[in-house]
Design a binder for this molecule. Sequence first.
Ligand code: IDP
Ligand code: MG
Length: 141
Amino acid sequence: MSNIEQTLSIIKPDAVERNLENEIKEMFKINGFTILKEKKIQIEKSEAEKFYKVHETKPFYNDLCTYLSSGPIVVMILQKENAVKRNRELMGATNPKDADEGTIRKKYGISIDKNSVHGSDSIDNAKIEIDFFFKDWKFLI
Ligand code: IDP
Ligand code: MG
């Protein structure tokens, strides 16, 4: 049985700044993801704080929110079978140093904070995060 899902992906400021947008999108496409929607935006720090609220007690929260709002980002809805899990696999570990060969973070990540991409970590969070950036989006399934 097919299990088509959507997940939220963000190409973070460090990658947009290095003009890696197209290369990273190509990696998604080669790996069978369809980019259903995308937009390049810059968000306010207050919006980053809302997006990353789950991390508000972490020591890196303030820097993380400053960083995500520091420059243009590309937010995308990706679709594929088991998209949430498959995207996490393609992204690789949070710290690029620990990421497997062939993953986006291994290839492009600079450091644990400048790790080039965000991806939803669960189906529930994918819905919340897609709604955060694409309010009018209606889930296909
Ligand atoms: P994830 O992006 O792999 O899901 P999370 O634990 O959800 O990782 O953390 C969100 C983001 O916060 C990470 O992508 C990374 O940019 C940043 N981050 C996580 N842990 C640290 C840390 O120990 N120091 C600095 N930044 C961190
Ligand atoms: Mg996360």
